[in-house]
Design a binder for this molecule. Structure first.
Ligand code: UDP
Ligand code: MN
Length: 254
């Protein structure tokens, strides 16, 4: 296990939160048999909640072979725009991912084994094979993401001659500098440390978070295509239906 993967998971309370986090927890338990995992869970809340704390305690109590970091960073309430203010639309996970980046910059050094950051939303579906792909990253790795952007998959398209990323197949604005979903890339921690100004921002145009973030670190021709030259799908941008909860049975933490 010569590579550590820092998995950054923003999460917020809704009825499916625990179910989502149990799925991610169990995926990471499986992944940790082969890869060194550190799970950075960032709650979108004023305080850390019992629900998330209790779940994370299971990692210790059940002898899982990975460690976690529990943070919280609340998304500020929607602020009204004045005049020509930049668009302040509903970005998701901005505050939480930035809190994780800050934690990494404050606590992780570039010495020792290779370290990779992966933004692992709580509602996606992850094949454990993805984590082995993440260990292959030198700087920035990319791969297809299933069920996103109104397509069955989005993917970088490789130049058959050079094997490098030439363009993107994407349901929305494929001409973005990096038309890649949050789940479709991983970054070496060294790049996070050597580019301290790189953060997510509400000023980034909606739908451009990934593209503008990646632009801090790399260029299209430097991207490292993984998952068998972007022919395999190891992550799906699934979204969980909001349950229609009509009554509460007391005494249960769901
Ligand atoms: N998220 C959050 N606070 C919110 C909305 C979302 O922390 O108010 C988290 C969510 O748990 C997920 C990530 O941010 O891990 C992306 O959100 P979501 O899955 O809703 O976005 P989508 O996949 O629909 O773009
Ligand atoms: Mn999602």
């Amino acid at each position: 296990k010569s590579v550590t993967i820092y998995c950054v998971t923003p999460t917020y309370w809704r009825y499916v939160q625990k179910a989502e986090l149990v799925r991610v927890y169990q995926t990471l338990t499986l992944a940790s048999f082969k890869v060194d995992i550190k799970w950075i869970v960032v709650e979108d809340s004023e305080h850390k909640t019992d629900l998330v704390s209790n779940l994370l305690k299971r990692i210790d109590n059940e002898g899982a072979h990975f460690q976690y970091v529990h943070l919280n960073a609340k998304t500020p309430p929607f602020q009204k725009l004045k005049g020509k203010d930049p668009r302040w639309k509903k970005h998701r996970g901005v505050e939480q991912r930035n809190a994780a980046l800050k934690w990494i910059r404050d606590n992780v050094s570039s010495h020792g084994t290779k370290k990779i950051v992966y933004f692992m939303d709580d509602d996606n579906t992850y094949d454990v094979k993805l984590f082995e792909e993440l260990t292959k990253i030198e700087n920035v790795g990319v791969w297809p993401v299933g069920l996103v952007g109104g397509l069955n998959i989005e993917t970088p398209i490789l130049d058959p001659k050079t094997g490098k990323v030439a363009s993107y197949k994407s349901g929305w604005k494929p001409d973005r500098p990096f038309a890649i979903d949050m789940a479709g890339f991983g970054i070496n921690v060294d790049l996070i440390l050597s580019n301290p100004e790189a953060v997510f921002s509400y000023r980034m145009e909606k739908g451009f978070q990934e593209s503008q973030f990646l632009a801090y670190f790399t260029t299209k021709d430097q991207l490292e295509p993984l998952a068998s030259n972007c022919t395999e799908v190891y992550v799906w941008h699934t979204r969980t239906e909001k349950p229609d909860v009509k009554g509460i049975v007391p005494g249960y933490e769901v």
